[in-house]
Design a protein around this ligand. Structure first.
Ligand code: PEP
Ligand code: MN
Length: 353
């Protein structure tokens, strides 16, 4: 259920309404829009609560949300969520590019790739320090050392950083070093992990499970939102279909569908979505044309010798740079702003760790 307030409501009155709602044993989540404020009610409410709230001063309407997810829905938050991280805006009309290797391998590797991502006009450095590998004998990532290498490279080159976290125990250390925490496809329904991510304020990029429906995906996001962390972005990274030519089938429809069902930013991952280097460029452009708020792309200076098998889907640095040049032209045509500022922002210079 959501309570839609009148447009001129004061902050004091919003807090009074929150108190009235919470007194009845349910949780209230406030979403402030430019025009109106919406209070989402989470929990099992008394059947009479809706009618009671409807009568109150400054309440315009009370509406039942029929979907199983509430805080992730457009009804709760009609405007696009824009997440501001050190001045980089993710969501709304902004296009953000995240680039980097599948895995952090060494300080030199991540430093050089960070330089190339920045020079090409990217805003976020990606790299896994903890890798969710299908087989237990495969390279599992360099761990906490990798977080430090990445944080240093991000700071030096003026890039935000994103890295995958696989278990609740590692959330705090990953949050200490990275700007965005990634939940991988295999962990989309790791509910303990999602609950833990709800207790922090760090932005989370939640990847779609490779066989998850939109409803399951949005319910996974709901776990994080319901825990109190509003900074969630959704990532379409391909689903498993009968087709074997590509590693996964990148579901382009997911982009406009998720944006219609939800206010959360939608990022596309054409690297894991296709598993083939030659498809990353066209599917990146298709994703942006379909309305994606950003892309997360694997790029490596020596993909043939990358420590995970994902070299085959990693772009070479020049391909990455050329793609971003094309995206600069494409973005305004599809109503997106693509800020390729090459100067490190103030916020990065003051980062310590
Ligand atoms: C990755 O981003 O390197 C990764 C493992 O992604 P996914 O969870 O989508 O497979
Ligand atoms: Mn990968």
């Amino acid at each position: 259920m959501i309570v839609i307030t009148k447009s001129n409501i004061t902050e004091e009155r919003i807090q009074e309404l929150v108190q009235i709602i919470e007194k009845s044993g349910v949780q209230a989540h406030v979403s402030r829009g430019t025009d109106r404020t919406v209070i989402g009610i989470i929990g099992k409410a008394e059947p009479t609560l809706g009618e009671h709230l409807r009568q109150l001063k400054d309440v315009d309407n009370v509406v039942k949300i029929s979907k199983s997810y509430k805080l992730a829905s457009r009804e709760f938050h009609p405007e696009d969520t824009v997440i501001d991280i050190k001045g980089v805006k993710i969501g709304g009309d902004n296009l953000v590019i995240m680039g980097g290797p599948c895995a952090v391998e060494s300080p030199e590797q991540i430093d050089e790739i960070a330089r190339l991502v920045k020079n090409a006009g990217g805003q976020v450095l990606r790299g896994g320090a903890f890798k969710p590998r299908t087989g237990p004998y495969s390279f599992q990532g360099v761990g906490v050392e990798g977080l430090i290498m990445m944080a240093e490279a991000g700071k030096k080159h003026g890039l935000l950083t994103i890295t995958e976290v696989m278990t609740p125990e590692y959330v705090d250390v990953c949050a200490e070093y990275a700007d965005i925490l990634q939940v991988g496809t295999r962990n989309m329904q790791n509910f303990d992990l999602l609950r833990k991510l709800g207790t922090i304020n760090k932005p989370v990029l939640l990847k779609r499970g490779f066989s998850a429906t939109y409803d399951e995906f949005l319910n996974a996001a709901e776990y994080i939102l319901a825990g109190g962390n509003p900074n969630v972005m959704l990532c379409e990274r391909g689903i498993r279909t009968f087709e074997t030519y590509t590693r996964n089938t990148l579901d382009l429809s997911a982009i406009p569908v998720l944006q219609s069902l939800s206010h959360l930013p939608v990022i596309s991952d054409p690297s894991h979505g296709t598993g083939r280097r030659e498809l990353v460029e066209p599917m990146s452009k298709a994703s942006v044309a379909a309305g994606a708020n950003g892309l997360i792309i694997e790029m490596h200076t020596d993909p043939d010798n990358s420590m995970t098998g994902d070299g085959v889907q990693s772009l070479f640095p020049d391909q990455f740079a050329n793609l971003l040049k094309d995206l600069e032209k494409l973005a305004p045509i599809v109503g997106k702003r693509f800020d390729t500022t090459k100067e490190p922002a103030e916020a990065f210079a003051t980062w310590t760790k």
